[in-house]
Design a protein around this ligand. Structure first.
Ligand SMILES: [Zn+2]
Length: 256
């Protein structure tokens, strides 16, 4: 594994990710809501910023790009399906294409649902995925632009990655997601153990991320829409996971 990942808290609850390939001597930044904290983190490592990687068009993922570009001359890679909404993309990629970064590379996955043009970067050799606002630990993004079949398809695609894959989400939402997860999957011992870990980490002011695909498969209700007890909790049928996912998403939107 050549990728070294640093979480940088931004704004209220965003994470930007500083990714370092020390073997190749290059740095990247994923989803910079703001530039200054990312530049400060970058300066600690003394590597040039080669790329900003963008998962989707929302301001809290692209806001830092102009200042990062002006300060470093970096290039920007993002979703082909949304290139009109992300000004200044140097490289637009879509599903299945490979993005070369230093001595390693990522497979681009189209994961629409939160937005219509959302992508994830799966560094398969490094066992890491940067999934923006599609998948959160114990949750998923709001369905602003997509449809339930799209969103379920995206989550199923992420769920199928190797279980050891580290999941780098763009927000620290795990504790609040966990309250909803418990309401629909409260008999799940893996979820209860994760909630204990989350409470301990947050009490220490530590991030709950990265998670792993394996852990999310066992604990995230939105990846468990096809588990009978989870589907029943929202009066849906696990045999129809798209409808069960949609019911879970609606229930979460109403959850206090
Ligand atoms: Zn977003």
């Amino acid at each position: 594994m050549s990728l070294d990942v640093h979480l940088v808290p931004l704004l209220q609850d965003n994470y930007g990710h500083l990714i370092l390939d020390r073997a190749a001597g290059v740095a990247g930044i994923v989803d910079p809501a703001a530039a200054e904290p990312m530049l400060a983190a970058l300066a600690q490592h003394g590597l040039p910023l080669a790329w900003v990687l963008v998962t989707h068009h929302h301001t809290d993922h692209v806001g830092g790009i102009p200042a990062l570009r002006a300060a470093t001359g970096c290039k920007v890679v993002g979703p082909r399906a949304d290139q009109q909404r992300i000004p200044g993309l140097d490289l637009a990629l879509g599903d299945g294409e490979r993005f070369a970064f230093g001595s390693t590379s990522a497979v681009v996955l189209d994961v629409p649902g939160h937005t219509s043009g959302h992508i994830a970067f799966w560094f398969d050799q490094d066992q890491a995925v940067f999934c923006g606002d599609t998948l959160f630990s114990l949750g998923c993004g709001r369905m602003f632009e997509g449809t339930p079949p799209q969103f379920w398809g995206s989550l199923a695609k992420l769920r199928a990655l190797p279980p050891e894959t580290r999941v780098y989400c763009a927000h620290e939402y795990t504790a609040s997601n966990g309250r909803f997860a418990r309401s629909v999957d409260g008999d799940n011992p893996d979820l209860l153990a994760r909630l204990d870990d989350v409470a301990r980490l947050r009490a220490l002011g530590q991030p709950t991320l990265p998670s792993t695909i394996g852990l999310e498969r066992r604990t995230n209700p939105f990846l468990r829409a096809d588990v009978p007890s989870v589907a029943r909790a929202v009066e849906a049928d696990a045999a129809d996971p798209i409808t069960a996912f949609a019911a879970l998403r609606r229930a979460k939107d109403r959850f206090q």
